[in-house]
Write a protein that binds this ligand. Structure first.
Ligand code: GLY
Length: 378
């Protein structure tokens, strides 16, 4: 058995336990220093929850690989909660509706073809477009929409590139151009304002919430405004590659490749990146296994269109080989987490080590892509 298959089996084993726990008591389960995601105190309906669906996404990947209906049944146990969140608790949602509903309702619809999952996903897409600021041409990231007097008004973040596939899917599914148009406007604004001439990206960007005038870069997740948060670059690579998949607009492919090549250039022998590529000289930064997993998925998406990118292909394998080593994998079934050494914020500009639910999901997706299992939910 290859190390990729062994790692995939580990993900499946842990997913079997984790999805049952989530179905019994829905919550966000975002990250955990000790790998116990279910000790993380953030409820399913809380506005900050962007992570529940990394567990459902893993369970659906596990279902596609094993055909064991247990996974599907557990995921479907959550359908009333996901529905209620967008139909009854809709003000308590943020731009991460894309992460949440692509890896739940869209994925379930692709797997089961049941109309109720399609309806819930379309409702999530409608809520996401409400966050679009037509003056500035961006999707507002954080905060309730009825809160204007907050630092989050006028703010978009790089992660939002991963929320756009929900809109592209909704456009195709509903035959309504507006979803796609907003996804394109947001991607164009991200290209214009977030991507710097040296092929790095801002974590966030501000517009005047009243006039839509661009204000400048900002930072909540990287080391500083002008630094280069590794996970943010990985979100951008994968997000632009997906925008290319949906639009076939060459400028998205071109920017995804530029950012990917720069990311590769900045890696060292460890391959798993330091959490921010621009820490002050002499700082020994922690690594981020989740950035490595997301980047591997982004590179795989790019390689579907540019199979001659040899360095990208070699780096994808190197990233996955490293993550499949015992140093990074937690082999104990008693631990919910799969990947050690992810990075989470510890106040702006500071980082600490944790297991991350998103790192585990993207690791499993990268393995599934490599092993030719399952279809893409994005
Ligand atoms: N989307 C939040 C993060 O990547 O930490």
């Amino acid at each position: 058995m290859t190390s990729y298959q062994r790692a995939s089996n580990l993900c499946i084993r842990k997913s079997r336990i984790n999805i049952q726990r989530l179905a019994e008591a829905p919550k966000s389960g975002a990250f955990a220093v000790d790998g116990n995601y279910f000790g993380f105190e953030e409820g399913f309906y809380e506005i900050g929850n962007w992570t529940s669906s990394f567990f459902t996404g893993m369970a659906l990947l596990a279902f596609q690989e094993t055909k064991d209906k247990f996974f599907l049944q557990q995921v479907e146990c959550l359908q009333d909660d996901y529905r209620r969140k967008v139909f009854e608790q809709d003000m308590n949602t943020m731009h991460d509706l894309g992460f949440l509903y692509t890896l739940y309702s869209v994925a379930l619809y692709k797997v089961t073809q049941k109309g109720q999952h399609r309806d819930t996903a379309l409702r999530a897409a409608e809520l996401l477009v409400r966050r679009f600021d037509a003056g500035g041409g961006y999707i507002r990231a954080w905060g309730r929409l009825d809160e204007r007097d907050t630092q989050y008004a006028g703010l978009a973040i790089i992660d939002c590139m991963m929320n756009l596939p929900l809109l592209h899917w909704a456009s195709v599914e509903s035959g309504t151009d507006r979803f796609r148009e907003i996804a394109v406007r947001h991607a164009d604004s991200t290209l214009k304002y977030f991507v710097r001439p040296d092929d790095s990206v801002f974590h966030s960007f501000r517009w005047d919430p009243n006039t839509g005038a661009p204000r400048g870069g900002d930072n909540f997740c990287g080391y500083s405004i002008d630094s280069q948060w590794a996970r943010g670059t990985a979100w951008a690579v994968f997000g632009f590659a997906l925008s290319y998949r949906y639009t076939r607009d060459e400028k998205y492919l071109e920017v995804a490749l530029r950012l990917a090549r720069r990311f590769v250039h900045l890696l060292d022998d460890e391959f798993v990146p330091v959490w921010d590529f621009r820490l002050p000289a002499g700082t020994k930064g922690i690594r981020d296994s989740s950035a490595a997993a997301i980047a591997a998925c982004g590179f795989q998406e790019l390689l579907k269109f540019c199979s001659d990118e040899k360095v990208l292909a070699e780096t994808t394998s190197a990233l996955l080989n490293r993550l499949c080593s015992e140093e990074y994998l937690d082999l104990s079934d008693a631990c919910a987490g799969v990947l050690k050494f992810g990075e989470v914020g510890d106040g702006v500009g500071k980082a600490r080590i944790a297991y991350t639910s998103w790192g585990d999901y993207f690791f499993m997706e990268a393995l599934a892509r490599f092993l030719g299992k399952g279809e893409s939910y994005w």
